[in-house]
Design a binder for this molecule. Structure first.
Ligand code: HPA
Length: 274
C-alpha cells in the first residue's frame, strides 16, 4: 500500500516552507563524522530538526539534527547535518524525510555521503569511494510502499541511481582538486550491529566493495522523484573480519576526522561543478 507522504508530513513541510530563506537547488546529506562541512559555507539559516513537528529525533553521536540553508559558489544549498537511519528504529518512510523535504523545496540534485566499512582489498581506512551501484534487496518492499504501484516508469526509475552525469562530475572534481577516489558498490545492511565476518565474506562474493547502514533508500527514493543522485562513501574502517581490529563507532568518527580536509575540498569542488 502506498504511503501518502504529502498527508503524513503536511504540517512539517508547511513549517519549513514558511521559514526558508530561499529555494535551494542542491541538497547534501552529511554522513557520520562528516557534519562539519557546513562550517565551510555561508550559513543563511539553520533549522533545528527538534523544532519541526513530526521530525524523527537523531540518536547517533556525530549526527546533529540541523537543516542548514547555505550559499556556496553562488549556489543555494540545503545541507543536512545529521540523518535518520533504519537502525535507530525508524521506518524507511521516516528515513527518507530529508529527501522528501529537499524535493518539496525544489532541489533537483542531491549528494549523499556516508561512512562505510571497506572490504575491497584495495581499500583502506580514510579512502573515499564514489558509489557506482548499490543493493536494494533487503528493503525493496518498503521502498515500493513509498513509491507506489509498479508502473514501467517506476521500474526503470528505480534503477536510475546514482546518476551517471553526476558521477562524471564527481570524477572530474576529484581530478581537479587531486583528491583521488576509489570506486565501488555500496552494500546496505539494516544494522544496528556491524556485520559478522561471515556476512562480509558473503557480501564480498556478491560483489560489494563497502558496507554501511544508510543511503540506499535515500538514493532510490530521490531518483524516483526525478532528482539526480550522486553518492560518496568515506571508508572509515576495515569491514568485519578484514582486519583483527574490533569495530567501533569511535574508530568511524576518528577516521572521518582524518579525512575531513580532503572530503571538504572535494565536496566544495563538486558543488561548484554540479
Ligand atoms: N559496517 C556497517 N556500517 C558502517 C561500517 C561498517 O563496517 N563502518 C561505518 N559504517
Amino acid at each position: 500500500m502506498k504511503i501518502d507522504l504529502d498527508f503524513k508530513y503536511k504540517v512539517l513541510i508547511n513549517e519549513i516552507q514558511s521559514q526558508k530563506p530561499f529555494d535551494p537547488e542542491v541538497a547534501l546529506i552529511l554522513g557520520s563524522g562528516l557534519g562539519d562541512f557546513a562550517d565551510q559555507t555561508e550559513i543563511i539559516k539553520t533549522i533545528s530538526t527538534d523544532s519541526l513537528p513530526g521530525y524523527p529525533k537523531s540518536t547517533v553521536e556525530g549526527h546533529k539534527g540541523y537543516i542548514h540553508f547555505v550559499k556556496l559558489h553562488d549556489k543555494n544549498l540545503l545541507i543536512y547535518q545529521g540523518r535518520i537511519h533504519p537502525y535507530e528504529g525508524y521506518k524507511i518512510s521516516e528515513c527518507i524525510l530529508p529527501v522528501f523535504i529537499a524535493h518539496k523545496l525544489g532541489c533537483k540534485k542531491i549528494l549523499l555521503t556516508n561512512a562505510a566499512g571497506g572490504l575491497n582489498p584495495n581499500f583502506k581506512p580514510a579512502d573515499l569511494m564514489l558509489i557506482t551501484s548499490m543493493n536494494t534487496f533487503n528493503i525493496k518492499k518498503e521502498l515500493t510502499d513509498l513509491i507506489g504501484l509498479a508502473t514501467e516508469k517506476m521500474k526503470s526509475d528505480f534503477l536510475n541511481f546514482p546518476s551517471e552525469r553526476i558521477n562524471q562530475i564527481i570524477r572530474d572534481a576529484s581530478l581537479e582538486v587531486k583528491v583521488f577516489l576509489k570506486e565501488g558498490v555500496y552494500w546496505f545492511g539494516t544494522g544496528p550491529s556491524y556485520e559478522t565476518p561471515a556476512e562480509i565474506k558473503m557480501v564480498e562474493r556478491l560483489g560489494g566493495d563497502a558496507v554501511g547502514m544508510s543511503t540506499v533508500h535515500e538514493a532510490v527514493f530521490a531518483s524516483t522523484l526525478g532528482m539526480e543522485v550522486g553518492a560518496i562513501s568515506c571508508i572509515t574502517n576495515y569491514a568485519a573480519g578484514i582486519s583483527q581490529n574490533k569495530l567501533s563507532h569511535n574508530e568511524v568518527m576518528e577516521t572521518a576526522e582524518l579525512v575531513k580536509n580532503k572530503f571538504e575540498k572535494l565536496v566544495k569542488k563538486i558543488i561548484e561543478m554540479i
